[in-house]
Every structure is written in structure tokens, then in C-alpha cells.
Design a binder for this molecule. Structure first.
Ligand code: KIV
Length: 278
């Protein structure tokens, strides 16, 4: 459906109905201007806690706060009108109890206007997902490579190469779906695991580094634009290289300022000519 045909935002129910249909197009967004550019092309805009690394230069996502997620979630809400808006629950804001998760998620929903929250975790988070969904908070799950578990999972690495790990991912995603999540991100795992999950689950699977067998795909926008250069995961396809374009533009500006060729007359304000009083 083109954006002109969309008279309202895509809802979580619409997303659920896209199981086994045309693939869901999903991207991360953190700011109003980028959200405006992505919105016409996306089914889901995710305000991911990856913003800690991408926007704030943090080493991982563990220091991202609820206030940061709310500020960026509200910015993306203002910049979008048709995509389904999902905001991540940051590390430490939901794992302690279903009540803690409800308190955080309800604040994020009311202060950003998003449609749903995403949280990382499988079987251990099932009770919390059920608690939230039964109380009016739609939840997107996230299993496989879970960046918030970087310290216990042995770094950012693919998961499910060993059979035991693959079976755990499958059980995790099943628990997330059974608990009432409307969709589930499957990150950094084998094609066979993603295929099994996409066949087994009744909710859409959204892959990132999990093969084209998923019901949809998501990438970190700054990765696909070639803006984030700290490292590029194997599963990223860069659709352009914006970093050198920006560097060239800024170097041009610096050159012009130094040799005084900027600003020119067209960039300056003129005086209004007043009639001479005799
Ligand atoms: O934080 C994030 O951006 C994410 C996506 C990469 C799925 O969780």
C-alpha cells in the first residue's frame, strides 16, 4: 500500500495480519528528519536502543536510559504519520518484574505516542510479556543475539550454530509468541533456525542477520546509509556511503569560510532603502 493510500497509522493488528504475506519493511529511526524520510517506505519504525551506540557513541546499549528512549521516541513520532511506531525498553528498565516493565512501558507509550514496545528475552520474559499484553501494551519480542546480554553471551556473536543453542532460540521465540507478542525480532542466527521459527510461529518474524526466510527485515538505518563506521556486522548491506559525502561537504564549507568565498551577497541581508526626507 502506498503512503497516499494509508489514511491512518499501520497498527499492531495490521502487522500481525501480515504473517505469510508481503515482507514487512522495518528500519530504526531516532530523529524527526530521518523519520520523515523513512516513514513512506516502512511498515515499522523502531526507536531501537541501538541509538546508544549509533547516536551517543556508547560502547554498547547498556547505558541507554528511559528518558533517552522517550526523547527520541517522541521525535520519531513527530516525524512519521503512517508507520507503526515501536520503542525499545532499555536495559534495566523492565527485567526485574512484570510491574517494573508495566511502569516503564506505560510511561513510554503515553509520553511518545508509540504503538508498542520491544523487549529482549525469551522464556524468562514470557510472564512479563503476558502481563503487559493483558494490560493493553502490545509487545514485540527479540530473541537470538540480544545486545543487552552482551556481557553474559560472550560479546556480539551469531547464536544458534550449536544445536543446543538453536533449540533454545526456538523455545525462546515460541514462549514469546505464546505469551502474546504481536511480532518477534530474530537477530544474528542461522537460516535454518529462522526458517523453522517462521514456519512454526503464528506471529511475524522480523529478521536481522537471520536470512530472507523471515516475514520481514529490519536494519539499523545508519548502517544501511553508511553513516556508522565503528564496525559493520556481516549481515548489513550498505545501500549508500553517506559518511564520505558529508566529509566532502564539510571540507568544502571549511575551505570557503577560510578563503572568505562564503557567505556571498545572496546569503546576506540587505538594508531596506528608505525615501530621503527633504
Ligand atoms: O536496538 C535496535 O536497533 C534493535 C534492532 C537492531 C532490531 O534492536
Amino acid at each position: 500500500m502506498s503512503v497516499e493510500q494509508r489514511s491512518r497509522r499501520i497498527s499492531v493488528t495490521d502487522i500481525g495480519a501480515r504473517k505469510n504475506q508481503a515482507p514487512l519493511v522495518c528500519l530504526t529511526a531516532y530523529t524527526t528528519p530521518i523519520a520523515k524520510l523513512l516513514d513512506p517506505h516502512c511498515d515499522i519504525l523502531l526507536v531501537g536502543d541501538s541509538l546508544g551506540m549509533v547516536i551517543y557513541g556508547m560502547e554498547n546499549t547498556l547505558s541507554v536510559t528511559v528518558d533517552m528512549m522517550i526523547a527520541h521516541g517522541a521525535a520519531v513520532q513527530r516525524g512519521s504519520r503512517s508507520s507503526c511506531l515501536v520503542v525499545d525498553l532499555p536495559f534495566g528498565s523492565y527485567e526485574a518484574s512484570p510491574l517494573q516493565a508495566f511502569t516503564t512501558a506505560s510511561r513510554i507509550l503515553s509520553e511518545t505516542g508509540c504503538a508498542a514496545v520491544k523487549l529482549e528475552g525469551g522464556m524468562e520474559m514470557a510472564e512479563t510479556i503476558a502481563f503487559l499484553t493483558q494490560r493493553g501494551i502490545p509487545v514485540m519480542g527479540h530473541v537470538g543475539l540480544m545486545p543487552q546480554s552482551v556481557n553474559t553471551a560472550g560479546g556480539f556473536r551469531a547464536h544458534g550454530k550449536k544445536e543446543e543453542e538453536a533449540l533454545k532460540i526456538i523455545k525462546d521465540a515460541e514462549a514469546v509468541a505464546d505469551a502474546g507478542a504481536f511480532a518477534c525480532v530474530i537477530e544474528g542466527t542461522m537460516e535454518s533456525v529462522a526458517r523453522t521459527l517462521t514456519e512454526k510461529l503464528s506471529i511475524p518474524t522480523i529478521g536481522i542477520g537471520a536470512s530472507a526466510t523471515c516475514d520481514g527485515q529490519i536494519l539499523v538505518t545508519d548502517d544501511l546509509l553508511g553513516l556508522f563506521s565503528d564496525f559493520t556486522p556481516k549481515f548489513v548491506k550498505k545501500y549508500c556511503e553517506l559518511a564520505p559525502v558529508i566529509e566532502e561537504a564539510v571540507a568544502g564549507y571549511a575551505r570557503d569560510v577560510k578563503d572568505r568565498s562564503f557567505p556571498q551577497a545572496e546569503h546576506c541581508f540587505g538594508m531596506i532603502k528608505e525615501r530621503a526626507v527633504s
